[in-house]
Ligand binder design. Sequence first.
Ligand SMILES: [Zn+2]
Ligand SMILES: [Zn+2]
Length: 212
Amino acid sequence: MTAGKRSTGPCAAPGCGRDARTKGFCSTHYEHNRKCGDPLSRRERIDRFLADLVSSPTDQCVSWPFAVSSAGYGVVIHDGKMMTALRAALVMLTGENPSGMDAAHGACHNRLCCNPHPEHGASWKTRADNMADKGRDGTARAGSDIPSSRLREWQVRSIHAARASGEPASALAERYGVSEATIGAICSGRRWRHLGLPPVSRKWTRRKAGSP
Ligand SMILES: [Zn+2]
Ligand SMILES: [Zn+2]
């Protein structure tokens, strides 16, 4: 670059490393900041989040702040493939991507959790072992009677996200072992109001007589 003399130090965008050109940013990040109000593109923010996650071991649950599948799992495209965010993080942490193995949560079973660290109990598991754990911990207890008051916060968030993306209330009721009225109450904001989730459109939540 011939204009090297004008450099004022490194670009302020996290992880960039190029020389700053304009208002503290390199030309790419200056342009993105001007157009979008954020110097980093969505992909860069995702990559940044994953890199920070993998390099900072913690025993805490870490909820994925980007795309969520209709089943309530954090998802991301990594190495050109769609996978769960936990799997992507575990691939980055372990350096392997064993086909036929699941990226398994530890005790939390928070579908949004993407913490790949053994400190939080995450590991590669065979599909059979993973399903056995899910059965034991109640994650896959579709149809069994989990009182709605025992839904955990992350489950309520998953239900809300799935409903908002159009998944039928009946399917969610079956998966989580609660009534459709409970699904409706979550999506209208009548219950778990403290989570601050926006009401899902009424045409999705309206149900048979008996629910208001
Ligand atoms: Zn930059
Ligand atoms: Zn977790």
